[in-house]
Design a protein around this ligand. Structure first.
Ligand code: GDP
Ligand code: CA
Length: 337
């Protein structure tokens, strides 16, 4: 296999990609050439304008993680970060105070915002940022593509007894960062999604792939939004490449994040099988050929297979790049059979 395309969110997708690239370099992913190209189609529906800056959390998490600039403890933002700008803004009493932008990170958002203001599309801006982070290590064997150049924003409806309608709609980042996903999400609305166009190269990356992977990213607000970009589902249905996914739900809950809240809000069972069957088999109008579940969910394999998917239970905890590379190898093996 020469061309692998991964539909990624932030942290879960980035960690998976780190393991996949590690495994490819080590030759431990069977059937994948050492010089294979990995194309990442990243979610951009988490993007937000803060203090006049365009922030793209998932693109940056992937970029910093694979470019070795990530803060490994936090899992987002830059390592050795300082927070002087945040403190100064707080001293002015400027909102939002709940969204922390580190000083080093701000440089990325300044470059991005300036380029957008100058008329470059997000895809071109991303490419320019990746010249610093990815090109020195990976050359043209790793590409990072925004799912769309259009403004798409996930909003979450939450209960608010004081609002006339009884509910209030907040940006996804406010739900996640300020509210810590601690209140039920009544509805998820992705503003602009239906009218968006796939970013340059996105459809070709699916059509021309030898393998498409849905990593253990959030099935609603990461992979779900990418699948909602017009023509993406059709491209997945039509591609000759096998499509394989890895469950972000282990033992009935997310490993980290808030997939549980998001799945509940769209009425999907919070289980490895529930998510696999929600994506569905390509043979039945879904997007997958195979689905990996964690070994603790081995009792769900039969149910997933009954839904038309190849399925196996293997360790799915991304504890280090070797463990994650083994997950990638198992995913390839599942659909290459
Ligand atoms: P986000 O955009 O930063 O929220 O990241 P993603 O959408 O890419 O990934 C978030 C998902 O990753 C969560 O739903 C987690 O359940 C999942 N996740 C995180 N770590 C692990 C892990 O070690 N194993 C598995 N199977 N899933 C994980
Ligand atoms: Ca995200």
């Amino acid at each position: 296999m020469q061309n692998i395309t991964v539909l990624s969110g932030g942290m879960g997708g980035a960690r998976f990609l780190q393991g996949l690239l590690h495994g490819i370099a080590a030759g431990s992913v069977p059937g994948v050439a050492a010089d294979a190209t990995v194309t990442v189609v990243a979610n951009t529906a988490d993007d937000i304008w803060v203090h006049g800056l365009k922030v793209c959390p998932d693109l940056d998490t992937v970029m910093y993680t694979l470019g070795d600039g990530i803060d490994p403890e936090r899992g987002w933002g830059r390592r050795e970060e300082t927070w002087s700008t945040k403190d100064e803004l707080a001293a002015y009493g400027v909102e939002p105070t709940w969204f922390g932008l580190g000083d080093r990170d701000i440089a990325t958002h300044l470059v991005r915002t300036q380029m957008l203001d100058a008329g470059y599309p997000l895809s071109a801006v991303t490419d320019a940022l990746c010249q610093r982070w990815l090109t020195p290590t990976f050359g043209d064997r790793l590409r990072l593509l925004p799912m769309s150049d259009d403004r798409v924003e996930t909003h979450v409806a939450i209960a608010d007894p004081e609002a006339p309608s009884g509910r209030r709609v907040v940006h996804f980042q406010e739900y996640w960062v300020r509210l810590r996903a601690s209140v039920p999400a009544e509805m998820v609305v992705v503003v602009g999604l239906e009218d968006s166009s796939p970013g340059p190269g996105v459809i070709d990356a699916i059509t021309d792939a030898d393998l498409v992977v849905l990593p253990p990213s959030n099935p609603v607000v990461s992979v779900g939004t990418i699948l909602g970009v017009p023509r993406v589902r059709e491209a997945l249905a039509a591609t000759s490449a096998p499509v394989v996914g890895l469950s972000p739900i282990v033992g009935g809950t997310h490993v980290r994040g808030m997939a549980e809240q998001m799945l509940t809000s769209i009425g999907v069972e919070v289980s490895a099988a529930g998510v696999g069957l929600h994506y569905g088999a390509r043979a039945n109008g879904g997007v997958l050929d195979g689905w990996l579940v964690d070994q603790v969910d081995a009792d769900q394999v039969e149910r997933v297979e009954a839904g038309g998917l190849a399925c196996r239970a293997v360790p799915l905890m991304m504890t280090d790049p070797d463990a994650t590379a083994a997950m990638a190898a198992a995913a390839v093996e599942l659909v290459a059979r």
